[in-house]
Design a protein. Structure first.
Length: 72
């Protein structure tokens, strides 16, 4: 699992990023600068990702929380 700092100063505010739900690979946070800029998460192995096309103004924290959300 990766840890991501979500524009914070406290280690307690770090977000743990789960492995890819499809292949188990590591994921990374990327940023798109179109439409005012937003963050997304992308698997480094199979390229699965959170939505990069909607243009929603995801913060880094929002993108990681969306990535970590699993169907139950």
């Amino acid at each position: 699992m990766n840890e991501v700092k979500a524009n914070c100063t406290s280690p307690a505010e770090r977000i743990v990023m789960l492995p890819c739900p499809f292949c188990g690979g590591d994921a990374g946070v990327g940023r798109c600068y179109q439409g005012g800029g937003y963050y997304f998460v992308n698997c480094t192995e199979c390229n699965a990702s959170t939505d990069q096309l909607s243009g929603f103004p995801f913060t880094k924290k929002d993108a990681v929380e969306l990535w970590n959300k699993r169907a139950t």
